[in-house]
Design a protein around this ligand. Structure first.
Ligand code: SF4
Length: 245
């Protein structure tokens, strides 16, 4: 428990103690936040192209790889909160609610799939998902387009908004540089693809049914290795089961 460790008499000079304890607090905050303790998979997870990874997530399989440094996620979460607050204030300043901010949506009933939409632009009828990316990810995004999982995620949100009665025509991914300037913002857009979202939901249903019958079914599921494998919490288990190493 971080509270106990902070109260301990950690040896060392003031600077060393402060650095050690602040880093521990940041890691503790990231691993104990509501977001990190979310149990049900969300649209950002079920849309991942690797069925094995989704199966492990649906089964809530214990992570087999050490947690990665949480700082990029912390920056992303903080940026989302700042953008939500600022866009809400911009709506108020404009005297109209052009943007719907942080809208909860139910994408599918059973198995339940719910999430929170970063932004919906009522003017352009566009659902927008913010991504805060490091330099390498931004370059890959610019060169190759958004990751399939990102596209699936934002289309799942579109389905949730459509179910709630909103008129959605486009999906968009707003990529903000984790280190850089607002001039680095890029916005990818496409027509809403309900069929893609339905395929993802169908796969999620099939995987959920399979996991209920056998929680370890992920070990036999199809793999789709990619750059994300480096950050997969089940990479070691996947390799042991004959997948990516
Ligand atoms: S390591 Fe890669 S291939 Fe294996 S489960 Fe994770 S994402 Fe899929």
């Amino acid at each position: 428990v971080v509270g106990v460790s902070i109260l301990d008499e950690t040896p060392g000079e003031a600077g060393d103690r402060i650095r050690h304890d602040l880093a521990r607090i940041a890691t503790w905050g990231a691993t104990t936040s509501t977001r990190s303790q979310q149990r049900a998979p969300g649209p950002s997870e079920v849309g991942h192209p690797c069925a094995r990874r989704v199966a492990y997530r649906v089964a809530n399989a214990p992570h087999t790889d050490p947690e990665f440094d949480p700082w990029p996620a912390i920056v992303g979460t903080a940026s989302h909160a700042w953008l939500a607050d600022t866009i809400t204030r911009a709506n108020a300043a404009a005297g109209r609610e052009r943007f719907l901010v942080e809208t909860p949506v139910l994408v599918h009933d059973a198995p339940r799939l719910a999430g929170t939409v970063d932004l919906y632009d009522t003017d352009t009828r566009t659902v927008i998902d913010h991504k805060v990316l490091g330099a390498a990810s931004l370059k890959a995004h610019t060169t190759h387009g958004p990751k399939p999982g990102y596209v699936a995620q934002v289309n799942l949100y579109a389905v949730g908004l459509l179910r709630a009665g909103h008129d959605v025509e486009h999906v968009a991914i707003a990529t903000w540089p984790r280190s850089g300037l607002t001039t680095g913002l890029r916005v990818w857009t496409a027509p809403v693809d309900v069929e893609l979202a339905c395929r993802v939901i169908d796969r999620y249903e099939r995987i959920t049914t399979a996991v209920r019958a056998d929680p370890d079914v992920g070990d036999h599921a199809t793999t789709t290795p990619g750059d994300d494998c480096s950050y997969c919490p089940w990479r070691t288990r996947c390799a042991t089961a004959g997948g990516a190493s």
